[in-house]
Design a protein around this ligand. Structure first.
Ligand code: URA
Length: 246
């Protein structure tokens, strides 16, 4: 496949460095360097090779990774996943410039403000749709800490595939509960309905006190990511999302 090309000013504007006019000033000021040489023409077309970020600098720093960009984040408690909700958002944990990228970075599904764990953030629309599509059956595993001890009935109720949550009209797909202690359990679901895990436990008379997602498909939250940390996903990790687990 032929490597796509893009005008220099458009590339940097799309990466959030400024308007095309502002990028033009940066080029004129000698701030944009490729393979050790200052670029002079903002209209120059660049081949979007995978090694471009390693060869190109703006000021002293390598340019940000061009699309497609997917991040793995350890979402901390107390931040929301949407620009529109009130409160501090996960986007505020990213470099300011990344909030001006085109295509935009969006979360793949959402976690509640009070849920922590693995969150994928991407500008790759095809990947996003593939992960959230019900046809992909991507499993999401949550560690739930409960207010009351499990009764022993929950696993069968969740596995049955006929549980209808309050306010819903269609039943949930079967889900797998694996108790760890009287008040903690893994719950693996394939859907992503609003507050799904909390509502499932409410439906069996319990209450979720803490919720953490540690796995999406075959991809685990990397151990090295502390709450609030993120890093660029590697290709095998993205492939791992679609590998069957359990
Ligand atoms: N289920 C919930 O209740 N909350 C989440 O954040 C994710 C799944």
């Amino acid at each position: 496949m032929k490597t796509p090309t893009m005008r220099l000013d458009r590339l940097l504007a799309n990466l959030g460095y400024g308007s095309r006019r502002e990028v033009g000033y940066m080029v004129a000021g000698g701030l944009v360097v490729l393979d050790g040489k200052r670029l002079k023409d903002p209209a120059q077309r660049l081949s979007l090779d995978a090694d471009l970020p390693a060869r190109m600098n703006v000021g002293a720093a390598p340019i940000d990774p061009p699309p497609p960009l997917t991040l793995l984040m350890h979402k901390p408690l107390g931040v929301v996943c949407s620009h529109r909700e009130p409160g501090r958002s996960i986007y505020e944990l990213l470099p300011e410039r990344w909030r001006r990228r085109d295509p935009v970075l969006s979360t793949i599904g959402r976690l509640d403000a009070e849920t922590s764990g693995l969150l994928l953030i991407t500008d790759d629309g095809a990947l996003l749709h593939r992960v959230i599509s019900p046809r992909s059956h991507v499993k999401k595993r949550y560690l739930a800490t409960l207010a009351r001890p499990l009764t022993g009935q929950e696993a069968a109720v969740f596995a049955a595939g006929d549980l209808i949550l309050e306010g819903d009209t269609d039943p949930l797909a079967p889900a797998v509960l694996e108790p760890l202690s009287p008040t903690t359990a893994w719950l693996t679901i394939t859907e992503g309905r609003y507050h799904q895990v909390r509502r499932m436990f409410a439906a069996v008379g319990n209450h979720v006190e803490a919720l953490h997602r540690d796995r999406i498909g075959g991809l685990d939250l990397p151990d090295e990511l502390a709450p609030g940390d993120y890093r660029i996903a590697r290709a095998p990790e993205l492939a791992g999302i679609f590998l069957a687990t359990q």
